[in-house]
Design a binder for this molecule. Sequence first.
Ligand code: HAM
Length: 426
Amino acid sequence: MLQKPKGTYDVYGSYGIKILYLENLLHALMEKYHYEYVRTPIFEASELFHRGVGETTDIVSKETYDFVDRGDRNMTLRPEGTAGVVRSYIENKMYGNPSQPVKTWYIGPMYRYERPQSGRFREFYQFGVEVFGSEDPMIDAEVISIPVNFYRMLGLKEIKVNINSLGDQESRNAYRAALLEHFKPHLDALCEDCKTRYLKNPLRILDCKVDHDLECMKNAPKISDYLNETSRHHFEKVQHYLDALNIPYQVNPNVVRGLDYYTHTVFEVEANVQGFGSQNVLCGGGRYNHLVENIGGPSTPGVGFALGFERLLTALEFEQIELEKEHLDLYVIPMEEAVKSYAFALTQDLRMNGFSVDMDYMNRNLKGNFKQADRLNASYVIIIGTTEMENDILTIKNNQTQEEYKVKHEELISFLDEHIEEEHNE
Ligand code: HAM
């Protein structure tokens, strides 16, 4: 039997209901924050990710899905959303938009050739935001507030917000020099990858999964000791604005992130529940003030984050939070062959009037149909026999209270408006 590729999964049944519910919630949240929707291709020129995410990151050096297309172009399935949105920002000249900053959001699949395990897939879904054009630390705090508010809306309690600053270019250069000096005597102990990282980008040594437990990793210099005045000031302001929003956080110098483009603020929100497993980072992001320029656009500051749906669903399960259950306003039961087209047309009509409606397509008996109505969690059931059809009077049953009503066909919509409106408000 053909099977799905390793590290991927199918969405169906109750999982589909949950995913759509979360997506709708995010959609509504983004309207409130006044961010605009963007969608970029799932594949891009490989060069974009080399320049954007960074040559020495694990994501680009080990995990991309690369292919040569039929026109001999090197293409890559996007491992993350930021680089593509930045490319689109430049290509569509959004920097010329009179209304600044440009605040965008996106949802879609991302691809990384990682070793699959709980919370880590090869195809996974991200929701993310990218904001361009403002250097104000208030925007950093706003971006951090989005996942925090979203998790709060869902009722998640066991979460921890970790923030750090990687500083500006000057601070980064000073830190880089300190790292080179620190790791020099330990080079022999480091893995082959880290030896390359030492030459190309020593900051990447800090998130090595192989050398993680070495002593020289634990006592490596911290970026916080190398922040210059401007960087320190920016970071203090971010904290000030987070305090203003009542968002609890911890300054954690170990948050360095696995992508190269960050400057100043970086953050991660983790699930803080015992037994969650090692993939407990629910979302992450930060500021990237040189990325637009590196990809060929005008110098423009940016800040964003992305959250993974799979880990979010696991966190909801861990905290036993139930999302939307399947629900149906009405289930229509035709009692015999002669009334089927009448029932079918009524079903369509009710759908066009704004109700969620399903009917029997399996010629079940009455008992079987009531079971089906329960399975679908229907609020009301409409039973149609020849008498109902001939008199144009319908029998409607409240599927919870079992109360029964006789309603004239022409009064049906106003009856349902009243009764189902009540249900929706409960
Ligand atoms: P990232 O930390 O690589 O950042 O990914 C963000 C989130 O995507 C993670 O916190 C996690 O929830 C989820 N995720 C990542 N890899 C996997 C995987 N293999 N399986 C399941 N979930 C995964 C970025 O991607 C940046 N583009 C975020 C950003 C936006 N920074 C600025 N703007």
